[in-house]
Design a protein around this ligand. Structure first.
Ligand code: PLP
Length: 336
């Protein structure tokens, strides 16, 4: 798959580390009869503290700049990592940035909140419009773009999570980076576990694996939906990415596998398995997850390991997609 014809801004220095997690592996299977857990440190991407959005934004920002935009417009939840990293990219490129914040959990928006919200203010978001959960986010962002146009400015709308075909190219790039690392480090990975939300990460990675003949199954852990709702989204995203690249490839529906339940009781609301996962990785490997996404995704990996989903000795790669700043908005729940 040839990414070189797509303009790209670079926000990270080199590949993110691919590492074995010996202490975590031992804690998960003290008898040594479980999977070996590896990690891809996409929490160490640029626009620090970066995460999966950094990769998507490398392509989205190149497009925004080519179109002569002066203001980015995007949307997310009150503790959105995507909004924070988009703002960081805007600051770096000398652009303004406006958010439409969806209050998915009623009453969850707090003007003085810590975590990502604090960073929105610190990095100087130009405006922030809060709308109720279930609002038409595309329409709300278009309204912001229209307001800017009326002032003679030029907005560029980035969809929630940066998950369109162009953003998904970031995870095709990650697939290619991983392929190189498997080869260079002599690592044989049997399965990848990834978060599945707005679906650019899962869908882009899947398109990248299939298009580069990387024959490793991917399991997505839903962060806000169960498989019946999540998998069609991922399938559509993977196909859109493959089409944008002109591969002529049809993404098989059964290549899209996701697991539900771990996001319950609701998107962004803590559960016990998430707290256990965040504490376990912090206390065995000093690697920090977040409560909304990667904590629940790792809870999914732990749950699958305990159910015997992975074969003994299988090498399982956890894709750490970032999110660390929102830890500060959940300190009480994580140390309860
Ligand atoms: C830290 C983190 N992990 C995973 C995800 C899910 O990725 P995607 O929206 O590409 O499915 C997000 C989305 O915001 C995130 O912030």
């Amino acid at each position: 798959m040839d990414l070189s014809r797509f303009p790209r801004r670079r926000y990270s220095v080199g590949p993110t580390p691919l590492e074995f997690l010996p202490n975590f592996t031992r804690a998960l299977s003290p008898q040594g009869d479980g999977p070996n857990i590896w990690i891809k440190r996409d929490d160490m991407l640029g626009l620090f503290p970066g995460g999966n959005k950094t990769r998507k934004l490398e392509f989205l920002m190149a497009d925004a700049l080519a179109q002569g935009t002066d203001t980015l417009i995007t949307c997310g939840a009150p503790q959105s990592n995507h909004c924070r990293i988009t703002l960081a990219a805007a600051v770096k490129e000398g652009l303004k940035c406006r958010f439409v914040i969806e209050e998915r959990v009623p009453g969850s928006f707090n003007e003085t909140a810590s975590g990502n919200h604090f960073m929105f203010r610190l990095m100087g978001v130009e405006s922030l419009t809060v709308v109720p959960g279930g609002s038409n986010m595309a329409a709300a962002m278009q309204q912001v773009a229209d307001e800017l146009a009326a002032e003679g400015r030029k907005g560029y709308i980035i969809p929630g999570g940066g998950s369109n075909a162009l953003g998904g190219l970031g995870y095709v790039a990650c697939a290619q980076e991983l392929q190189e690392q498997f080869f260079e480090q002599g690592v044989r990975i049997d399965r990848v576990v990834v978060g599945s939300g707005s679906s650019g990460t899962h869908g882009g990675l899947l398109a990248g694996f299939l298009g580069n003949h990387i024959n490793i199954p991917i399991v997505g852990i839903g962060v806000s939906r169960d498989p019946a709702d999540q998998e069609p989204l991922v399938h559509k995203e993977a196909q859109a990415v493959a089409d944008l690249l002109g591969t002529g490839m049809t993404i098989p529906r059964d290549a899209v596998v996701s697991v539900g339940g771990y996001w319950q009781p609701k998107y962004s609301i803590p559960n016990d398995a998430m707290v256990e996962a965040v504490q376990l990785l912090a206390r065995t490997e000093a690697i920090l997850l977040d409560p909304v996404y990667t904590g629940k995704i790792m809870a999914g990996l732990i749950g699958l390991a305990r159910q015997g989903f992975f074969k003994p000795g299988e090498n399982v790669l956890f894709l750490h997609t970032g999110g660390m700043p929102s830890l500060h908005a959940y300190e009480r729940e994580l140390l309860a």
